[in-house]
Ligand binder design. Sequence first.
Ligand code: HEM
Length: 424
Amino acid sequence: SSGPVSISDERDGPPSRDPFNPFTAAFRRDPYPFYRRIRALDPVHWSFVGVWMVTRHADILRILKDPARFSSQLSLWDRYQSNPKFRSLTGEPTPCAAVSEQMMIFRDPPSQTRLRRLVQQAFSPRVVQTMRPWIESYVDRLLDEAERDFSRGHIDIIGDLAWPLPVGVISEMLGVPQADRDFIRLLSRRFAPAFAPMTPGPAMDAANEACAQFVAYFRDLAQERRKCLGPDLLSALLVAEDTGDRLTQAEVISNCFLLFFAGHETTVNLIGNGVNALLRNRDQFERLQKDPGLVPNAIEELLRYDSPFQIVYRNAVETVEIGGRTIQKGEQIFVFLGSANRDEEIYPRPDVLDVTRQGISPLPHVGFGHGIHFCLGAALGRLEAHAALSALLRRYPRLDIVDSVPQWGDNILLRGLRALPVKL
Ligand code: HEM
């Protein structure tokens, strides 16, 4: 069940004899041996928490390619109507549910198609590319600042770079004033656990409060923009039009939140997990130093090797067979992208980080998902990771890890480090 369960640093979730239990401290430290084992043992696995857990690349592609049978619609989620995550005692949607219901990521066609088309216009690759010089200079500014404060003897890749970068970028794009960015960043941080499985009650309360504050903030900002449209993404979303169709104000705000949130809770971990993997496989870091032209390929390999976005959710719209198991209509599925990306059936030596690995750029790793929900921000995420990695390689040839034990956070959906202190 999805009742409140306290999961903190070293504590495990509910005890279980399930051969695949992702709610343990050992799993959070290193999920990959667990994935490997369940792929061999029972790749479409009925979990003790009452959902299907799918771990093989082939089965996962089948699911992601078939949105008609495997829905993303939030309202179909198992126990949605009675889940305290989404419904208050009086049956009202919680702030998290109200906001999330309007996000394209939690919708199916035709409504997802419509939202995506309208947002895509304002968020085109052309718009993203114009950000390149700004992003590159922002990375250098962040690193200059971190160096100035080098009295600690190290900089923190997460706190000093990977975390402020995407927040700064998406705030700049949306036109969030400088003075408000820390506040918005905090709200987004508090929202992050809302969609992780087994989020404890107090974290859920904080997520709901953050959501309500975010909506109130963006409602005011949107009102100001309507009076005086600017060159920013928020203004563009307010007037985006497709054959007479427009986004409603609630849709603009929800999907702003999605861009904001999806844009940084993932990018922070692409950079953080990426630098961590490269420094723990020093030959790969040095390989990139010798040949910075490999950075784009390395980014695809890092998305595969330690995926920032480990799990996506789907719901069976009808009874369907997958990998020899029968999934009943209405049952929920956890799609383990992080496992697909280590599948030995697809990738030779899947547990080896190889920045020269061929044939995975830009697919078939599923780090950005696959099919109609394929990450809308992939180009921006790649651009930010490229700017960050290139700057680190250029500036710090002797970059090295300080902590021998990586400090993983407890969100199993958005896998990432709490901190990554490095010597320059
Ligand atoms: C969707 C991963 C960056 C915006 C997705 C999905 C994945 C993903 C796996 C598919 C979810 C599903 O199928 O249910 C990542 C990773 C990133 C990243 C690993 C690391 C850099 C970004 C950025 C933005 C963004 C920078 C925008 C600022 C979105 C949006 C969707 C999405 C709007 C929903 C698309 C839809 O439902 O049609 N992302 N993302 N992402 N991502 Fe990203």
